[in-house]
Design a protein around this ligand. Structure first.
Ligand code: MF3
Ligand code: CO
Ligand code: CO
Length: 256
């Protein structure tokens, strides 16, 4: 069942979304060569608590940390660690989800560390563009598959692939709700969009043609590309408004 949020719930979603976006704005200056992903995790946990919120990933299905940090060929669900030190040329997706007053805000960005090669820069920039193509396709009365169609149409010309194993999701007073949002075109997403729906769009784009991914048998979480190629991701939580998507995970001054 896909829930329609009422105005009170929407107000709470706006506040949670804004806090999640602020969190990424705040840690951005620290996402630099030489820092560990555990340090970023601890900054996020501290910020989240300071604002009276809860880090949703911590203990979610047994996930051991407060945020996900996914470097280079890690597609998603990377676990922060003191052993993972950012180095020049890396890209890292930082995915944060906060619970504020019972409601969730979920957003991620891919940051570039120092001198990133042109090919990888293009992947990152185009993945962000793909997210916005998906967001622009949201209109009440249209089908959800327009989101995947718009992303696929844009991404297909670059020779990249769109990860299929993971998608966006409904979100509200639960982390993951219906619907499952695909980032490619599929009849599975022949679902009518209605005002008051809230869901994430979070395309994961791999540099090479294979969309296959592998989950680590060691930690049970870390998802990497099957072919070892680089992967980028951006995520927003959106509300279906009367005219189209309202991005909830945004601040007045955030560039993303
Ligand atoms: N934030 C992720 C998403 O976009 C989910 C992370 S679940 C975790 O849906 F358990 F890995 F934290
Ligand atoms: Co999400
Ligand atoms: Co997320």
């Amino acid at each position: 069942m896909i829930t329609i949020k009422n105005s009170k719930e929407i107000e709470k979603m706006r506040k949670a979304g804004k806090l999640a976006a602020q969190l990424l704005d705040d840690i951005e200056p620290f996402v630099q060569e030489g820092v560990s992903t555990l340090y970023l995790n601890d900054l996020c946990e501290e910020f989240t608590q300071k604002h009276g919120a809860i880090s949703a990933p911590l203990n979610y299905g047994g996930f051991p940390k407060s945020i996900c940090t996914s470097i280079n060929d890690v597609v998603c669900h990377g676990i922060p660690s003191e052993k993972d030190i950012l180095k020049d040329g890396d890209i890292i997706n930082v995915d944060v989800t906060v619970i504020l007053d019972g409601f969730y805000g979920d957003t991620s960005r891919t940051f570039m560390i120092g001198n990133v090669d042109e090919k990888t820069k293009s992947l990152v920039n185009r993945t962000k563009n793909a997210l916005y193509r998906g967001i622009d396709a949201v209109k009440p009365g249209k089908y959800l598959y327009e989101v995947g169609r718009a992303i696929e149409q844009y991404i297909s010309k670059f020779g990249y692939s769109i990860v299929r194993t993971y998608g966006g999701h409904g979100i509200g007073n639960n982390f993951h709700e219906e619907p499952h949002v695909l980032h490619h075109f599929s009849q599975e997403n022949k679902i009518r969009l209605r005002e008051g729906m809230t869901f994430t769009i979070e395309p994961m784009i791999n540099m090479e043609k294979s969309y296959g991914v592998v989950t680590s048998s060691i930690d049970g979480w870390t998802v990497t590309t099957a072919d070892g190629s680089t992967s980028a991701q951006f995520e927003h939580t959106i509300l279906v408004g009367s005219e189209g998507a309202e991005i909830l995970t945004k601040t007045a001054n955030s560039k993303n």
